[in-house]
Design a binder for this molecule. Structure first.
Ligand code: GDP
Length: 329
């Protein structure tokens, strides 16, 4: 399928109308811009292709909202040819009817020309909306997309909807759900994490892309946002620490520079890998850097796991080795 670029990595495309929040999303998630500072961002007025130096190395193509992809001079193959998921951003605080119309046109276009691309709708800027207003808005958008697709005889199959805001964790969780659909190895990864949890009496385990705080897999036990929040805050701590002790992530800065050739041997010795076990907010957290881009974070509950630390280290070591076979890159 064409859900992977030539380099074998999933690619995401971010689209939507002007001021819907595309630049803000990519700046906050991939460049650590504090959300309030997005107020001063210039709106997207050109096609931006960004290289993400994350494990997945996916690219966000940030589109100007007014771009006409049906124009014959437009190289659609260049844009859509290698995309796994198209994320369409709708500003839920604004009049969204026009955005939904444009989205419907695009879905039809994709279903006819690029049927393998999954479409993910981010109903965005949901902060500041009342629950009632939000659920009405959400339902109206879903219904309008669904009705339109049914009328034109297309299945809704590959269209999903998410409520997002850059002011909380929802944007990261939505990206996590999207990226997980693009990882072919997600099934084995989830099984490995589930086994790890069972063997080590862990409550929850996440495999995080450290740069973006998007988790690319978790164990199969039910997830709640508070475990994600605890874990992602911990990842932030690691990024700081690792600048001093851990993997060399200096080349990860500056998202839109040329892709950097990497020597797989450098920064990949286990000796450099950071392992932490500490109690935070009443729960023990175990963290281990798995490679340059990924960290494993496990929530252990309030029972001190120090007596089984050796067992945990061993099992995590096995997990890390297996991961190398799944992702030899
Ligand atoms: P673009 O034209 O699609 O790239 O839109 P921008 O990223 O420039 O965003 C337009 C405006 O929306 C900016 O003032 C952002 O601060 C604001 N914005 C973006 N995301 C959110 C969000 O999640 N919540 C709120 N309240 N405002 C947002």
């Amino acid at each position: 399928p064409n859900s992977r670029a030539n380099d074998g990595k999933p690619r995401l495309l971010l689209m939507g109308q002007r001021r819907s929040g595309k630049s803000s999303i990519s700046s906050v998630v991939f460049h650590k811009l504090p959300p309030p500072e997005t107020l001063y961002l210039e709106t997207t007025t050109r096609i931006k292709k960004e290289y993400m130096h994350s494990f997945m190395d996916f690219q966000v193509w940030d589109f100007p909202g007014h771009l006409n992809y049906t124009d014959p001079s437009f190289d659609t193959e260049e844009i859509f040819g290698e995309i796994g998921a198209l994320i369409w951003v709708i500003d839920a605080q604004d009049d969204f009817f026009d955005a939904v119309t444009k989205l419907n046109e695009l879905i039809q276009y994709l279903q006819e020309n690029y049927p393998e691309i999954i479409v993910e709708v981010f109903i965005h800027k949901v902060d500041g909306l009342s629950d009632d207003y939000l659920s009405d808005t959400y339902q109206i958008i879903v219904d309008r997309v669904q009705d339109e697709l049914e009328d034109s005889g297309h299945p809704l199959g590959n269209v999903s909807f998410h409520r997002t805001s850059i002011y909380d964790h929802s944007i990261y969780e939505a990206f996590s759900k999207v990226i997980q659909k693009l990882i072919f190895e997600i099934g084995p990864l989830e099984s490995l994490l589930t086994t790890l949890c069972a063997n080590c009496k862990m409550e929850k385990a996440y495999l995080f892309d450290v740069l973006s705080k998007i988790y690319i897999a978790s164990d199969l036990s039910p997830s709640d946002s508070s475990s994600y929040e605890i874990s992602s805050e911990y990842v932030d701590l690691v990024v700081d620490i690792s600048e001093i002790y851990g993997w060399d992530r200096n080349e990860l800065e500056g998202g839109d520079t040329e892709q950097i050739e990497e020597d797989p041997e450098v920064g990949n010795q286990d000796a450099e890998s950071l392992i932490v076990l500490e109690k935070k907010n009443g729960s023990y957290l175990y963290l281990k850097e798995i490679n340059k881009y990924l960290a494993l974070i496990c929530i252990m509950g309030d029972d001190s796991p120090t007596d089984r630390k050796a067992l945990i280290d061993y099992n995590v070591g096995v997990f890390q080795e297996t991961l190398k076979q799944i992702f030899p890159r």
